[in-house]
Design a protein around this ligand. Structure first.
Ligand SMILES: [Ca+2]
Ligand SMILES: [Ca+2]
Length: 296
């Protein structure tokens, strides 16, 4: 059984920090961009109604399975990533072959490809990049994208390819209340913060375990309307909502937001290991979340 949530409440909070250029409302707890940075009067919210799957699974009554993220130690020493190639001489999580390929020092543990410990894909050049002119659709490939991460590195999204794991693109902003609530949940394991959002379904609770067990790659992408999202914005998000399994990227020139036509947030799409869209949905997070817990 499904039902539509039709009420609107204002997305409270941080608009004062950003002036009046960014106006948001939320529908069923999903923030909808109704006026963008170009001060366009066009209302771009297409479908503010969120489908809520009422056929939920068993509720997580004690939340005990959702452990708080360990303290952020900078370099991830516990990555499940097994470096391919010829061993990891300096024990920094990247194989000697990967380090030679990337140009870092295979004998210096302080010389790493990514401070976040993210995967590195030596074969990513073999993935054909479709470019940004072809609109996103399920079955099509995400363009190759390089941008800043929370540690100040320039991350190449195609480095997540070829690991046999789905890649989640979670696009949001500092003025998106449900985005911040979900990030807080992912940082603390306290799922009660999601109670306010009609789109949240208890079957989604296990997504946090999937993130923390590195069964999936969760990529949070921040944009900002009136001014380009800064390195500080990206780092501050991670510091505020620390989960060292989650990549936080900055959409500095709004390229990703425009490409994905982000209107309802959290905006969640899912890619396969070849960077092809399994889920592309502009209406909100529900289809992407459902796909993760029960693939279509
Ligand atoms: Ca190494
Ligand atoms: Ca090294």
């Amino acid at each position: 059984m499904k039902k539509s949530i039709a009420y609107l409440v204002f997305c409270a909070g941080t608009l004062a920090l950003y002036g009046c250029a960014e106006t948001t409302e939320s529908a069923g707890g999903v923030t909808v961009v109704v006026s963008d940075s170009e001060a366009s009067s066009d209302v771009v919210a297409q479908d503010a109604h969120v489908q809520v799957n009422a056929d939920s699974g068993v509720s997580d009554t004690d939340g005990s399975s959702n452990l708080a993220a360990p303290p952020d130690s900078g370099v991830r020493a516990d990555s499940a990533m097994a470096p391919p190639g010829d061993g990891d001489s300096d024990g920094d999580g990247y194989s000697d072959a990967e380090e030679r390929h990337a140009g870092t020092d295979p004998n210096d543990p302080n010389s790493v490809i990514y401070q976040g410990g993210w995967p590195y894909n030596m074969k990513k050049d073999q993935l054909e990049d479709p470019g940004w002119d072809i609109p996103p659709q399920e079955g099509a490939r995400m363009p190759r994208w390089r941008t800043i991460d929370q540690y100040g590195d320039t991350f190449d999204l195609y480095d997540l390819a070829g690991r046999g794991k789905k890649i989640v693109l979670d696009v949001g902003t500092w003025f998106c209340t449900p985005c911040k609530a979900m990030a807080q949940y992912f940082a603390t394991g306290d799922v009660s913060v999601m109670d306010d959002f009609a789109w949240w379904n208890s079957s989604y609770d296990r997504v946090l375990d999937m993130i923390n067990n590195e069964e999936i790659f969760w990529v949070t992408v921040l944009f900002s309307g009136s001014t380009p999202v800064s390195q500080d914005d990206v780092t501050r998000w991670h510091d505020t909502f620390p989960n060292h399994h989650i990549l936080v990227l900055g959409d500095q020139d709004l390229r990703l937001r425009e490409y994905l036509s982000v209107v309802a947030m959290p905006h969640i799409d899912v890619l396969d290991e070849n960077m092809n869209f399994l889920v592309y949905d502009v209406r909100g997070p529900s289809r992407g979340m459902r796909h993760l817990v029960a693939p279509e």
